[in-house]
Design a protein around this ligand. Structure first.
Ligand SMILES: [Zn+2]
Length: 123
């Protein structure tokens, strides 16, 4: 899948956040980073720059075809449970029973690109 982008496009996407993953903020490498679709292609997302973000392997694997909000809760759970992942029904149950709070899951987790936006005043 990563082969569909030109070198120039990959380099541009890579440098969007200074060589960091747009989601978790980890450092990524030009050779191995993933070009991530914010809106999944299966949901009509395009290959425009607006819809592309640089991503590390872990975030790419976790996000799959989730929307940004579905991914937010999954990444938050992953970060506060040391890598455990749940399916949608389990997450709903955890949320409904207040267990997300008990687990210390930050449901308002900010993605790296969101914290960058605040800093830059980017329109
Ligand atoms: Zn990441």
């Amino acid at each position: 899948m990563s082969g569909v982008y030109s070198k120039t496009k990959r380099a541009k996407v890579f440098s969007m956040f200074g060589g960091n993953c747009a989601y978790c903020g980890d450092q990524i490498l030009l050779e191995t980073f993933y070009v991530e679709h914010v809106v999944p292609k299966s949901s009509g997302g395009t290959n425009e720059y607006m819809n592309l973000k640089p991503s590390c392997e872990a975030c790419n694997r976790t996000k799959r075809t989730w929307t940004i909000e579905e991914f937010r809760i999954r990444l938050a759970i992953k970060q506060s449970t040391n890598g455990i992942s749940f399916n949608s029904a389990q997450i709903e149950l955890l949320r409904a029973t207040g267990c997300l709070d008990l687990l210390g899951v930050n449901q308002n987790l900010q993605f790296y690109f969101e914290t960058m936006k605040n800093g830059e005043g980017h329109a």
